[in-house]
Ligand binder design. Structure first.
Ligand SMILES: NC(=O)c1ccc[n+]([C@@H]2O[C@H](COP(=O)([O-])OP(=O)(O)OC[C@H]3O[C@@H](n4cnc5c(N)ncnc54)[C@H](O)[C@@H]3O)[C@@H](O)[C@H]2O)c1
Length: 311
């Protein structure tokens, strides 16, 4: 798996390009406009100090990166294809049909989709046995998580190859047992997001209050342990058993709504104004740099504690 094609070079596509280059892959990227090449190179340069520190690398090999506006050119020699086009069934079905026509028969086709069903995305793709979803998290160049979701026609040999491939680029693949809309992580994120929008809509708190309620509480724990292990500790010495006895009845209380509120003009404006206020005039690029430095330091620290917890 040496030659990788990245199809679509927005937030996620450029993130994959950087991670692949940092792991000595040859990357050919496809997008519709040659102007995007400059944007990617400037993103590689912005992120390299962080990427280099996390993966203990020396120099970025820019010569291993090429850009094309021909889909066929990008795909024909690729061993692995990472699709990162907009989240839209119609667009992805058409694109996967084209990718299938040009790809080598044994190359793996992987979509970065956040929640679409692989069997539908690949319904018109040649040889769907080698197709999967690999849903990453932003920033892809720093975060190790990736959800691998098979479609109904995916063969386990390709799934295993993909798992090995993502491990080789310092990722920890989560093997989803069968396809479901939203996969695992986005179902959890979406539930939180819907509740947050209800709270804003009904005027109980600001975007900053809600962010703080995560940042200073569950968020600090979540980078080391998820909901289940956290709640196991919440049950005291008896762990999850006592936790369920004590808090089980709360499942029947009307704490959550889950059905999303209408994204009205008023709600959108509260969310946009709220996050603008939280940004304190800092650009997205500056906030991204602060986040990236933090994520590198945090992962280095986490390794120390992860070893104690998971071994
Ligand atoms: N943004 C996130 O946080 C995030 C996280 C995980 C997964 N994803 C998934 O990654 C994929 C890409 O999302 P994004 O946030 O990078 O979007 P984006 O809008 O930032 O980038 C999309 C890119 O695709 C290109 N494009 C448009 N039509 C195309 C086509 N027909 N063929 C090829 N390229 C095309 C655009 O020019 C653009 O560069 C989506 O499936 C999304 O759900 C996004």
């Amino acid at each position: 798996m040496k030659k990788i094609a990245v199809i679509g070079t927005g937030v996620i596509g450029s993130g994959w390009i950087i991670r692949f280059l940092a792991h000595d892959k040859k990357v050919i990227a496809y997008d519709k406009d040659t102007k995007l090449k400059k944007k990617i190179i400037s993103e590689i340069k912005r992120t390299w100090p962080h990427v280099k520190k996390l993966f203990n690398k020396k120099n970025i090999k820019l010569k291993d990166f090429t850009f094309t506006t021909s889909l066929k050119e990008a795909i024909k020699d690729a061993d692995f294809i990472q699709e990162c086009a907009p989240e839209n069934y119609k667009l992805k079905i058409k694109l996967m049909n084209e990718i299938g026509k040009y790809a080598k028969l044994n190359s793996i086709i992987s979509s970065s989709s956040s929640g679409l069903l692989p069997s539908r995305i690949y319904s018109k793709c040649k040889n769907p046995s080698r197709t999967i979803i690999a849903h990453p998290f932003n920033p892809v160049y720093l975060l190790p998580g990736v959800e691998l979701v098979p479609g109904k026609k995916t063969k386990s040999i390709f799934l295993k190859k993909a798992q090995k491939f993502y491990k080789s680029i310092s990722m920890n693949p989560i093997m989803v047992k069968k396809e479901l809309p939203g996969y695992l992580a986005d179902r959890l994120q979406e539930a939180l997001w819907r509740e947050a929008l209800h709270i804003i809509n009904e005027g109980y708190g600001s975007t900053q209050d809600l962010d703080r309620s995560i940042e200073d509480g569950p968020g600090l724990r979540w980078s080391l342990m998820g909901t289940f292990l956290t709640f196991h500790l919440a049950g005291g010495k008896e762990g999850m058993k006592h936790m369920l006895e004590q808090f089980g009845p709360a499942l029947k209380l009307p704490w959550t709504k889950l059905k999303a509120p209408k994204l009205s003009k008023k709600l959108s404006s509260r969310v946009i104004k709220g996050t603008k206020l939280q940004s304190k005039g800092k650009s997205v690029e500056l906030i991204s740099n602060i986040r990236d430095q933090y994520l590198v330091d945090l992962q280095k620290l986490r390794k120390k504690y992860e070893n104690k917890l998971r071994k």
